[in-house]
Ligand binder design. Structure first.
Ligand code: NDP
Length: 683
């Protein structure tokens, strides 16, 4: 054992734990020991108690907006310190661009969630999932859904391949939701996760215990979890299958979100010819997915499904491309593919490849003459990019069942699109599929069928290619996770991911009660009318339910004619009495946009004041027509206010959404919408 290597420590109850050496972790490049795990036992009762009694209350002192701001500050801090993370990550065997996915991809996910939180979440800890639903005739009994903090702990068990991204993409939504996290990285690359958590801890940006780290095993942690907790897992399907039936998790119905093995595929559609740009796109995508991160990506293409008439062309073009890839120590100029993460992984891929080779042809992968470049690489964990050809994907089951988690992919031919889709489905649930096609109808047919078996589908053609983020990149805004073998879980996907860490509760009651519960004015609820016009109040002075009932205005023919002249909108419904007579309204009616404009004229307070801008409308509906001679009146009520904190680059301000109802002389609603304004703060 190399005594020079540092002992990694767990961060438990805001204390670094670990002084006695246990297992040695090695550089994937040259086998040298880079770190040691610790032998000291972790007290998981203490860890959970700290999370529940210290971290949770501290997290819930912040609202969604404040936690989003905290995530942004953390992302900025990590970005400033990223080079130290690249230095540590070099030992995982990845190239700089592989490690970019892990490090900057992870930090980018924090930024993305900070911005999702800022845009989509309220400045409270209750998320209303509206709109409310009327449940009675008189409107005094309504229902809706709210999402509230679960008041539990999130345990995240991560895979070895993305020690930072895997940790941060799960941490970001849990943190926003107000859950303390206990993270258990895979041991093989835990030195990267530890380096990242050390930086986070040193930043002082998070409440104590908001993020705890386990180096080594998770002991009896799962047995100690409670009903309000959550477990997420990324790794092998076998471990997922074992952990999800943990008796305590099952007994207490603790959610277990898994992302596991995935035999992802790419389909070259039957419409693509060798001379088409789409053919090259397919080749590039397959080669890139085989070699990026040495194929250790949960989204990598394991099965390349190709029209039988193109199988030879695809095989030879891919061979040419793979032959150009220099493998070795990524510190050496020109190296495009690094090593697998560990000796265990190297042995595992070799074993699976041997099983896959039975009955299939290895058409690329000179394993005997394979010579990665670099000093000491014979002690490293390198593996030759290997391409197999399976001539009958319906007869050979191994290619759809065995995931060699390395630079290994299998080509298989098909005769028509139905066959290609059947082959794709034989993966029994994957994270992602790509279809490379020129034809929208083929894309539609593929997604209609394959959508049932894949978490995400990339449709690639020459138009999308210029800006495509590629087959292998999960995006924070889009769902990551797949059905069946892929674990059946769901991560990312914008605010969806945050909702996995909140508890949804249906609420029923009067509009006044639901206004108080949701923090949003519900129609029919009590309002406050003051002598001061709502637009003359600063953000801090405006309360939910502050309301103004305007004076009235009778709509004349001159209004319609003038509005037509100003807007250039001479639609027959407003100007042709004969045509309008034959419509469902039986007469000329005012432009909907006139009603909208006239309502603004009714409710604005024109003099300069705290309202800085009107930046749009939501949920606009013209509910009933306004005829010549009708009299309209508006009610403006503060529906929602969001305090996004103050930014140095703009005057202090908050967002206020106003509920607007425009009624006619019979009390019928003619228009309904929310207007969105920015309102100055006093400070
Ligand atoms: P594992 O399933 O062995 O490990 C995944 C995580 O689970 C690690 O953090 C591991 O910790 C932890 N773990 C293992 N056993 C337990 C347990 N009993 N209780 C609590 N935690 C446990 O997967 P590997 O990372 O070793 O990868 C093996 C294979 O999984 C790969 O070859 C690949 O096929 C697949 N895989 C799939 C991924 C995907 O997203 N689709 C991603 C990564 C791998 P520890 O490291 O300490 O054992």
């Amino acid at each position: 054992m190399n005594t020079q290597a540092p002992i990694l420590q767990s961060l438990i109850a805001n204390r670094w734990v670990g002084s006695q050496a246990a297992r040695s972790l090695h550089s994937a490049i040259n086998g040298r020991a880079v770190a040691l795990t610790h032998a000291d036992e972790i007290d998981f009762a203490e860890s959970l108690a700290f999370a529940r009694t210290q971290a949770l209350p501290a997290l819930l002192k912040f609202d969604f907006q404040q936690r989003a701001a905290c995530l942004k500050a953390l992302a900025t801090y990590l970005m400033e310190h990223k080079e130290s993370l690249y230095a540590v990550s070099a030992h995982t065997g990845g190239t700089r661009s592989d490690n970019w996915i892990d490090i900057e991809g992870g930090i980018g996910t924090l930024f993305a969630y900070a911005s999702i939180g800022r845009r989509e979440l309220p400045s409270s800890n209750v998320l209303h999932e509206g709109p409310a639903i009327p449940l009675s005739k008189e409107g005094q009994f309504i229902g809706s859904h709210v999402l509230v903090p679960k008041r539990g702990v999130a345990v995240h068990i991560n895979a070895f391949n993305f020690p930072m991204w895997g940790m941060l993409e799960k941490f970001a939504p849990s943190f926003l939701a107000g859950m303390p996290c206990i993270v258990k990285p895979a041991t093989a690359t835990s030195f990267v996760a530890e380096a990242c958590v050390r930086l986070i801890h040193a930043s002082g940006l998070l409440p104590a215990g908001a993020l705890q780290l386990i180096i080594g095993g998770s002991g009896d942690l799962l047995d100690r979890l409670e009903e309000t907790d959550v477990v997420t897992f990324t790794g092998s399907a076998d471990t997922a299958a074992m952990l999800r039936v943990n008796a305590n998790l099952v007994r207490r119905s603790i959610p277990f979100n898994a992302e596991a093995d995935s035999l992802n595929c790419a389909i070259l559609a039957p419409d693509v010819e060798v001379a088409d740009p789409e053919f090259d796109l397919f080749i590039k995508e397959v080669a890139r997915e085989m070699t990026a991160k040495a194929g250790q990506k949960c989204t990598a293409i394991r099965r390349a499904i190709v029209p039988a008439r193109h199988i030879d062309a695809v095989a030879s073009t891919l061979r040419e491309r793979l032959a150009k890839i220099k493998v070795g120590d990524p510190a050496i100029e020109g190296v495009r593919m690094g090593a697998l993460a560990s000796k265990a992984q190297q042995a595992d891929v070799a074993e699976r490849l041997a099983a896959l080779s039975a009955g299939n042809e290895v058409i690329f992968g000179e394993r005997d003459s394979f010579a990665p470049v670099g000093e000491g690489v014979s002690e490293g964990c390198f593996f030759a990019p290997t391409l197999l050809l399976c001539r009958d994907g319906f007869a050979n089951q191994a290619v759809h069942n065995l995931e060699a988690f390395g630079p290994v992919s299998t080509l298989m031919p098909y005769d028509d699109l139905d066959q290609a889709l059947s082959l794709a489905a034989k993966g029994r649930g994957s994270l992602v599929a790509s279809v490379v096609t020129k034809t929208p109808a083929i894309a539609a047919q593929t997604v209609y069928f394959a959508g049932a078996f894949h978490g995400r589908i990339l449709v690639l053609d020459r138009d999308a290619a210029k800006e495509s983020t590629g087959h292998g990149s999960p995006m924070p805004q889009l769902k990551h996770g797949g059905p069946g073998r892929a674990g059946g879980g769901e991560e990312l996907g914008g605010s969806r991911a945050i909702k996995h860490y909140l508890q949804r509760c249906a609420v029923q009651g009067s509009p006044t009660m639901l206004s108080a519960i949701t923090g949003e004015y519900q129609r029919g609820g009590k309002v406050q009318e003051h002598a001061v016009h709502p637009f003359r109040k600063h953000f801090e002075e405006i309360q939910i339910g502050d309301s103004l009932l305007t004076h009235r205005r009778t709509v004349s023919e001159a209004d319609i004619v003038n509005f037509g002249g100003v807007s250039g909108d001479y639609f027959y419904m407003h100007f042709d009495a004969i045509a309008a007579k034959d419509t469902q309204f039986g007469q000329r009616i005012a432009h909907g946009y006139f009603v909208l404009s006239a309502a603004a004229g009714l409710f604005v307070s024109p003099a300069p004041g705290p309202v800085l801008a009107n930046y749009g409308l939501d949920t606009l509906r013209f509910v009933n027509p306004v005829a010549i001679g009708d009299t309209i009146q508006a009610r403006l009520t503060c529906k929602r206010r969001i305090d996004r904190g103050n930014r140095p680059d703009q005057p202090p301000q908050g967002v206020v959404a106003w509920d607007v109802q425009v009624m006619n002389q019979r009390g019928e609603m003619v228009a309904s919408y929310d207007i969105l304004t920015l309102v100055a703060k006093m400070s």
